[in-house]
Each structure stands twice: as C-alpha cells, then as structure tokens.
Design a protein around this ligand. Structure first.
Ligand code: ADP
Length: 498
C-alpha cells in the first residue's frame, strides 16, 4: 500500500517512508524476540511497497567485514548535556537492499555486550539523537518513525518538544511499539538533562512510584502518535494492574491510541526444509525425515538415544517472566514418573542457571542443559524436540512457540498474551486445536497439561495430524505487515490532526 499523492499534483503515488529504530536487529545483533521482529518486519513491509529503512547501534561485536558495512554519513556531532559527542554512520543491508544504518560511537558502543552497562541511559539517548539527526544528513524525512521499546522511547518525546517546530519533521509521525512492558528504562532526572529536555518535567506524577524518576517507556507511551504492542491479548492485559507494570493508568488513558498486532516469523529463515543448522531437512509432507534431528539432539545433549521417548524442549531467556517458578516443583515428578527427556537452552539470571545446572546433574541421560546463547543449537532443538514448553507468567507475543510449530514441535503454553492468541488447546474428541494450554499460573496446571500432551503423543496418528497442522499454518509476516501499514497510516492522520 502507498500513500496516495494528491490528485492535483498529478504525480505517481509516493511510497510510505518508514524508519524503524531498534536496539537489536537480526542478523546484526540479537538478545531476544525484538531482534527477530526488527529484522523481519522490514522485509514484509518492503514487499508491500513501503520505503523502509532501519537504524540500530553499531555494537563492538558487529563485524564490518562480515556485513560489508560501508560509511554512510561522515562524522557529525550531536548534543549530549552540555557536551557535543561525535558519531558516524555505517550502512549494511537486509532483504532487497533495505538500508540498515548503524550508529557508531567509539565511546558508547565499542564494547563487548549489548545491554546492562551503568551508562545505558546515555548510550541509548546518544543512539536516538544520532538516529534523528542522521535523517537530516541523509535528507530523508520519513512519514513515520517507528520506535521500539524503552531504548528508543525518547524519540516520540523529542518530536513533541525539541523537534516540534522543526520543518524537516513537520510531516513525521511516531509509532511506539512495546515489546515487553517489564523493561521500562527507569533512570534519574539526569537523563532528561542528557536528552536536552530537562525543563519538561516528570512523565506522570499521578503514578506515585514514578513521580521522582524518569520512565522512558512511559514517555514513549505518553507522546507517540500511536502506541502498539505485539499481540491483541497483551494489548488488553496491560490495561490491568496485574500486567500493567505500574503503567496501566497511563495505558488506560491512551487506550484509544493503543493497538495489538501479532508478530510473525521470518518463514524463509525459519524453514525446516532448508535450515542448514539441522541434521536433516524435512517438511510437513516428509515428517519421517525429522527423526534424524531427534537422534542428533539426543547425541548433542548426551541423552539416551531413543526415537520413541518424547523430548521436551525449552529455549528461553532465563528470566522470572518465563514461568520457571512453576516448572521447578514439577521437574522431579516429571523426570521420575514419566518417560521423558528434557533439553533446555537459555541464559540469564544466575538463580535459574543454578537451578537448571542442578537438574542436569540429577538426571544424566535424561536432561540436557545448555546455559548459553547459541543460534544453531536453538534450531536443532526446534527440529529435534517433540514438545516445546513456554509456561510464561506473561508473554507479550512469544516467538518460540511459532518457530516450534513451524518445525513440528508441539507447544505446551500458558494461556497469556501472544501465547493465548497463537495456541489453542487440543481437543482429541473434536480434533481441534494446535497445542496444549492452561490458565492458572500454578505448577499442577502445568504438570497436568504436560501429562495431557504426553498422553496424546502415544497416539501416533493423532500426533502426526497435530504436527501437520502446526507445520502448515501461516506464521509469516504478510498479514501483520499489512496491519502495521494501517497503523502507520493512522499515526500520520493523528499527527496531521494534532
Ligand atoms: P523474548 O523476546 O522474551 O526473549 P521470544 O519468544 O519473543 O522471547 O523470542 C525469543 C527468541 O530468542 C527466539 O527466536 C528464541 O529462539 C531465541 N532465543 C532465546 N534464548 C536463546 C538462546 N539461549 N540461544 C539461542 N536463541 C535463543
């Protein structure tokens, strides 16, 4: 879809111009699902005729040669508090020559990691300022700046303050997408000085917890022309105190600007028929070829090789959100009473590292635990496991269950957020459903659902049908990308009306 040119101009319709701003983008840098989204949504938008470009930080670990990064904009200075900071922009591409601009600052980004530095506030304020100023250097004024998560949330705030009367951005609307409300970017007042808007006050003094701090996520929500999140259910859940992470009063206030759009996955990258990381390629019509992947996974995990024992896979950030607290009490009964194997790949909180380390030690041959980030091993687990577990306490969208289904691993999930929107509980009587789900955040509910999945696994015909259904379903970005274009159009209209 394109924005129609005014008839009187007599020109061909010019494409909608969208800049996506994100802290992580596949294939350059990834910590979680945000990177998948920021790397895949542009490809789908391009197919629909959008002039889409992406900007992210140039972290130290991103290799210039590997990605053939080229200088895009010569060094320039941006204000940071009283100082000027020099940055330069290099450029790579994704899809069919979609520009990905990478903001390079030796001082702030030439480091090993991505997040969790003391000066994360300064780092991402600098990134955002450079991303905005870069547009002028490129002389490319987008219709929409699409910001994602707290690292980019200052931009909608700036567009309504610092850049409010700047003619270059007169036609630029902002969209702010919440990928996870739990990470808000909460800092002291100094962050506003760094951002050059110190005099603009608190975000929302009506929320007592936030009265004395700067909550960047809150600012994105407050100032963006349109706010979105990554599933319809999560868009509703975050309006409640239970899921609202203290921002629910603000979200309720902006409810008429809040929309939910489900993530897709890059179905070309995530394709069991062509995936080069896995031992044997397969598809819905050649499911027997999948068996080699299970044996390969059992070998990699030092598990007893056995084609018949159900393998439960877990790939996750090891964070409180992901439901390990209800998994912990059921691991022993699961491993002792039922004939299953467990494979976990994850990294995160030390507490969970220890918990899973102990589980691996208790069940040699039955439990394999990899406490690291490993993209190729992740694919092997999707392709080699029979059941994929996501008992999340909350889950904005979740990509794991979508990738698992595409690879024929049947999801067992808690019915929340995007998991509720993508997994429907299997009913053996009617034959309907594509996975197994439960509601109460309780160990017994999870255990009973795993038992139900294992019962169905025993009926090979039933299970094969489930796998076929899941592998043939459409998880591509095509539908959601169209919804994003509608969202961008809405944002442009709101901006015009303001
Ligand atoms: P979140 O964004 O909350 O981390 P999602 O399910 O939306 O959760 O996305 C997680 C993504 O990160 C998936 O693509 C998953 O395969 C990947 N992933 C998570 N942990 C690891 C890991 N330790 N190694 C490799 N990939 C991982």
């Amino acid at each position: 879809m394109t924005l129609p040119a005014k008839k009187s101009e007599g020109k061909a319709a010019s494409p909608l111009k969208v800049l996506i701003v994100a802290a992580e983008v596949v294939p350059f840098a990834k910590v979680g699902g945000l990177a998948d989204v920021a790397g895949a949504l542009p490809l789908a938008l391009q197919k629909l005729g959008v002039d889409v470009r992406v900007v992210m930080p140039k972290y130290g670990r991103i290799d210039n040669a590997k990605f053939n990064l080229q200088p895009a904009v010569p060094p320039f200075s941006v204000p940071m508090n009283e100082q000027m900071e020099t940055v330069d922009i290099v450029q790579g591409t994704i899809g069919d020559h979609i520009p990905v601009y990478l903001v390079h600052s030796e001082r702030y980004f030439d480091r090993e990691g991505i997040y969790s530095y003391q000066d994360d506030d300064e780092r991402f304020i600098l990134f955002c300022r450079a991303a905005v100023e870069m547009l002028k250097k490129l002389d490319w004024s987008p219709d929409v700046i699409h910001c994602n998560d707290w690292q980019t949330a200052i931009i909608p705030n700036w567009m309504k303050t610092l850049y409010r009367d700047d003619p270059f951005f007169a036609g630029t609307a902002t969209v702010y997408t919440i990928h996870n409300l739990a990470y808000q970017g909460i800092f002291g007042q100094r962050v506003l000085e760094i951002a050059g808007i110190a005099e603009k006050g608190f975000v929302y003094p009506q929320i007592p917890d936030l009265a004395g701090v700067v909550d960047l996520m809150g600012r994105g929500i407050l100032y963006a022309d349109v706010v979105s999140t990554v599933s319809e259910t999560y868009a509703k859940e975050i309006l409640t105190p239970e899921y609202g992470e203290k921002l629910d009063p603000l979200l309720r206030e902006r409810q008429d600007r809040l929309f939910g759009i489900l993530n897709g996955i890059d179905t070309e990258l995530m394709d069991p028929a062509t995936d080069s990381y896995i031992a044997a390629n397969f598809d819905a019509l050649h499911q027997t070829d999948r068996a080699a992947n299970k044996l390969d996974l059992q070998r990699d995990g030092n598990l007893t090789p056995d084609p018949d024992v159900p393998v439960i896979g877990l790939i996750s950030r090891l964070a409180n959100q992901k439901g390990f607290d209800i998994l912990a009490p059921v691991v022993d009964p699961l491993m002792n009473l039922l004939n299953v194997q467990l494979v976990l790949l994850g990294t995160g909180d030390q507490y969970y590292h220890e918990m899973f380390g102990k589980i691996a030690a208790r069940y040699p041959g039955k439990a394999a635990v990899f406490l690291t980030f490993n993209a190729s091993l992740a694919q092997k687990i999707y392709a080699g496991s029979d059941i994929f577990l996501m008992p999340s306490r909350f889950e904005p969208c979740g990509l794991g269950q979508l990738i698992a289904m595409r690879y024929g691993s049947i999801p067992v999930v808690r019915q929340t957020g995007g998991l509720a929107d993508t997994v429907t509980d299997f009913d053996p009587t009617s034959g309907e459903g594509n996975g197994f789900s439960f509601q109460p955040y309780e160990p017994m509910a999870l255990y009973a659902t795993i038992v139900r999945a294992l019962e169905n696994y025993r009926y090979k015909d039933t299970w094969r049908k489930l796998m076929t259904r899941d592998m043939q379903a459409d998880y591509s970005w095509a539908t959601s990308a169209r919804k994003y274009i509608d969202l961008y159009t809405k944002a442009v209209a709101f901006k015009k009306a303001s």
